[in-house]
Design a protein around this ligand. Sequence first.
Ligand code: ATR
Length: 274
Amino acid sequence: MTQTSRYAVFGHPISHSKSPRIHQLFAEQFGIALSYGTIDAAPDAFADAVRRFFHDDGGHAANVTLPHKAAAFALADERSQAAVRAGSANVLTRLDDGRLAAHNTDGAGLVRDLTERHGVDLRDRDMLLLGAGGAARGVAWSFLDAGVASLTIVNRTAATADALADAIGEPARVRTRYWEDLGGIGSFDLIVNATSAGVLQQSLGLPMALVGARAVCYDMAYGTAAIPFLSWAEAAGAYRAYDGLGMLVETAADAFELWHGRRPETEPVYRALR
Ligand code: ATR
């Protein structure tokens, strides 16, 4: 069969997505011909758009980004453990029998970006996670799996942080604190920004005392959305500060391997995008 398999990324907005380029660059590494487009769907049109793509247009698999990750998880027929923990999915794959499988590669991709690309040893770190929304939920478990000593979750809305800590269910390592108390909770050696403040062009107003002497700071956003947090981290004396571009490439690599059975080289793609 010579027909090109169809892939896409669903989002809203989606026109600036880097996913088509990333997947094309991966495919070129193996000489695979790929059709990978963008599908813009408003939230109330998402389920129909998914049905059309997979059932009418012969779609093979798709990435899902904001604001559809929870909806993608909900409409799937099967869910991986990573997706169940996160309660959201960034990957939808059509199984041979036509049912849809949901998976979430965000946590694994972020941890791999930090440990393998940036050479950060996560074991024994005292970690501060800023935010408790979909992005935070998607990655929190992976840091515990990677061996952080403690995880402090702080969210503007305290109840959401408590709900995430309860869902994780590891009180010996996971605690929550109030956003208002950020100035008095000590310093951390790993700080991950999982809030959407940068995207919304809002200031987090973070105290510099949060940043420990050897602190690694990471913004899950990239580009201009990450600038305020990274500037704060550098001003506060962080040892290293990274944006989430590497995470994006790593999460895409996991999806690519799931779909094509081959592991792409991420470093040349990361450099091309950077
Ligand atoms: P995402 O999928 O990007 O995580 P989300 O689920 O809407 O999107 O979550 C956004 C996160 O950013 C939340 O933790 C939100 O805090 P609230 O739960 O209090 O809304 C956080 N956030 C957004 N803007 C913020 C700001 N200006 N200051 C602090 N936190 C902010």
